[in-house]
Structures are given as structure tokens and as C-alpha cells.
Design a protein around this ligand. Structure first.
Ligand SMILES: NC(=O)c1ccc[n+]([C@@H]2O[C@H](COP(=O)([O-])OP(=O)(O)OC[C@H]3O[C@@H](n4cnc5c(N)ncnc54)[C@H](O)[C@@H]3O)[C@@H](O)[C@H]2O)c1
Length: 314
């Protein structure tokens, strides 16, 4: 049996990942989450999902990844999946020190924990935002990084710390650069959630810019498949791997798809583009295909339809 520590496991991606991992009785999962109160945008409201899990192979610990004393008392871990972070690009411009403290110091503490407890597998949630203003699309893992937000720079630091600990202490470190993840249990501050909320409640939807900014949207079930592969990946000691759909879609197009799914017309309010936002993101996913056998199964229409079906059941 493998004992997997999932930090930030009460969040959006973490909850989905834990539910998937626990489908296999050979996995045991410890979720460590502080239910982040420092940054209200980061509070996903998903804690109830993990708290409701009744499975002898599951343990929920409420606590902070920076709490070295708490970490010392977590025993028997084989693999760390590090998702806990101050999330969101825009608020990182307002409170950059929180991002540095949580995302950089926090990642270092966990790597030190891995070193001290001889944990040899560490999977890190990095972000497409590290590519920033790089205009060579689709982005390959070895492209130059041109971050334009404090959030992005903390993710680069996390990858860099991982490289150092991997080199010095033989910890296998796999960073997954995630591209705009959406789906059930996602945070209320994410655009897709706001979009369906606006459609459902006949509210105005704010578009930052003219709606031509494009994102590589990735359905959460495809993302958690990539995490499961990375958890058991053994071939090399350090890898950085994009996890996206491989297609960039304009926000205007996403709005049209959402309208067709819901059968409603939305009222748009166009406002200024936000500092820190990039115009387009698009992943090259050949490395993920090759190393993780990654094969995203959900088109944007599939994923948004599933998300809308899930919303209807809430
Ligand atoms: N959602 C996306 O589109 C996306 C894209 C790129 C990267 N990522 C990364 O993936 C990871 C998970 O993202 P998410 O969307 O599930 O975010 P989320 O905000 O829903 O979940 C993050 C969780 O981490 C917890 N947390 C934060 N700081 C903590 C700390 N110091 N100690 C313990 N727990 C702490 C929060 O309480 C929250 O439950 C994050 O690292 C994020 O940066 C997400």
C-alpha cells in the first residue's frame, strides 16, 4: 500500500484527486489543508467534500504546510503531492508577500520534510503562468520563462527548489505545469464558475478586455489522471511537464459554448484587461503524452457539459 500526502487536498484539484486515489484500495491518503483563510479568494468551500469522505484509508489533517512541528508528526508517507498554495494570479499583485511566504517557504518546508523522512517521490503543482509573456506558442517545457505576476514567480521558485532537492538528496521531483483547470468543485473566483453562475442567475458577466484572450482549458478529470501517472512515475529523477488540452480557446468562444449548453443568453460587461493576465496560453503536451501516457479525453464542450450537469445536482 502507498501512503500519499496531498497538501491542499481540500481545494478544487485536491478534492478531485483524493476521490480518484481512494477508488483504489491500495492507496492510502493523508490530506493536509489549512483551509486557507489568509486569502479569501483561495478558499474553495470544498472542505466539506473531504470531511465527508468515509474511508479507512483516508485521514484529514487541518494544518499548515509551514508548520514544521506538525510535519514531524506525520509518519509513514511514501509520496507527496503538493497542491497547497496561495492561488490566483490577480490577487498576487495585491498581496505578493503572502504568495512568497506560502508558496516558496511552504514548498521548501515540505521538501525538507521529504528529505528528513526519506520520502523519495514529490509531485508539485506548477502553473502555465510561468511562461508569462513568452510568445512562442504552443509553450514547450524548455521555452524561456517570462513571468508577469508574483504568483508565477513563486511557481518558478518551487520548481527551482525541487531541482535543488532532487539533485542534492535524490528526491524524485515532478512538476506539472497546469493550464486553466475547470470542473466540479472549482473555486468561485475562477472564470468558468462565474460564467455559469451568471447564466444561472441572470447576472452580468464581466469580461476583462475584449473577450479575445485565449486559454488552454483543461478538464479536472484529465488533470487528476496526469497526477496519478506522475505519482507512480519512476523513469527519471526530475521532470517538468505541461498538463493542458493543447488547444487555446478565446473567452468569447467559451461564452458561446456555455450559452448553448445552458440554453440562455448572457449579459456581458466589458472592462479593462487586468495586470498580470497573459493574452494567450497554449500547452505543447507531447512530453506529457510520452512520459505520463497522458491523453486528455474531454473537449471543452464535453467538460463544460459535465460541469453544468454537476452544477444542476448541487
Ligand atoms: N486551478 C487551476 O487552474 C490551476 C492552474 C495552475 C496551477 N494550479 C495550482 O494547483 C494547485 C491547486 O489549485 P486549486 O485550483 O485546487 O486551488 P484551491 O485554492 O482550490 O486549493 C488550494 C488549497 O490549498 C490550501 N492551502 C493553501 N495554503 C496552505 C497552507 N499553507 N497549508 C495548508 N493548506 C494550504 C487551501 O486551503 C486550499 O484548500 C495550486 O498549487 C495552484 O497554484 C491550479
Amino acid at each position: 500500500m502507498k501512503k500519499i500526502l496531498v497538501t491542499g487536498g481540500a481545494g478544487f484539484i485536491g478534492s478531485n484527486l483524493i476521490l480518484k486515489l481512494l477508488r483504489h484500495p491500495e492507496n492510502s491518503v493523508v490530506c493536509l489543508d489549512n483551509y486557507n483563510k489568509e486569502n479569501p479568494q483561495g478558499v474553495s468551500g470544498n472542505k466539506k467534500y473531504v470531511l465527508n469522505i468515509e474511508n479507512p484509508n483516508f485521514q484529514y489533517l487541518e494544518g499548515d504546510i509551514r508548520d514544521a512541528h506538525l510535519l514531524e508528526n506525520i509518519k509513514g508517507i511514501d509520496i507527496i503531492v503538493h497542491l497547497a498554495a496561495e492561488t490566483g494570479v490577480r490577487s498576487s499583485l495585491d498581496i505578493p508577500e503572502h504568495y512568497v511566504e506560502n508558496n516558496i517557504v511552504g514548498t521548501q518546508r515540505l521538501l525538507a520534510f521529504a528529505k528528513n523522512q526519506h520520502i523519495t517521490q514529490f509531485v508539485f503543482a506548477s502553473s502555465s503562468s510561468v511562461y508569462g509573456e513568452n510568445s512562442e506558442l504552443p509553450w514547450m517545457e524548455n521555452n524561456e520563462l517570462k513571468p508577469i505576476s508574483p504568483y508565477a514567480s513563486t511557481k518558478i521558485s518551487g520548481e527551482s527548489l525541487g531541482r535543488v532537492y532532487s539533485h542534492l538528496y535524490g528526491i524524485r521531483f515532478i512538476a506539472l505545469r497546469l493550464f486553466t483547470v475547470y470542473g466540479p468543485l472549482q473555486r468561485a473566483d475562477l472564470a468558468i464558475c462565474k460564467l455559469f453562475d451568471a447564466l444561472d442567475h441572470n447576472k452580468e458577466f464581466s469580461v476583462y478586455g475584449d473577450g479575445n484572450d485565449s486559454r488552454d482549458y483543461t478538464y479536472v478529470d484529465d488533470v487528476t489522471d496526469a497526477f496519478v501517472s506522475a505519482i507512480f512515475y519512476q523513469k527519471s529523477n526530475f521532470e517538468i511537464i505541461n498538463v493542458g488540452s493543447g488547444k487555446a480557446v478565446r473567452l468569447n468562444e467559451v461564452i458561446k459554448i456555455a450559452e448553448s449548453i445552458s440554453g440562455k443568453k448572457i449579459t456581458l460587461k466589458f472592462t479593462e484587461r487586468q495586470a498580470g493576465d497573459v493574452r494567450i496560453t497554449c500547452a505543447a503536451i507531447s512530453k506529457a503524452k510520452q512520459l505520463l501516457n497522458y491523453n486528455p479525453k474531454n473537449t471543452l464542450l464535453d467538460g463544460l457539459t459535465k460541469y453544468n450537469d454537476w452544477l444542476k445536482l448541487q
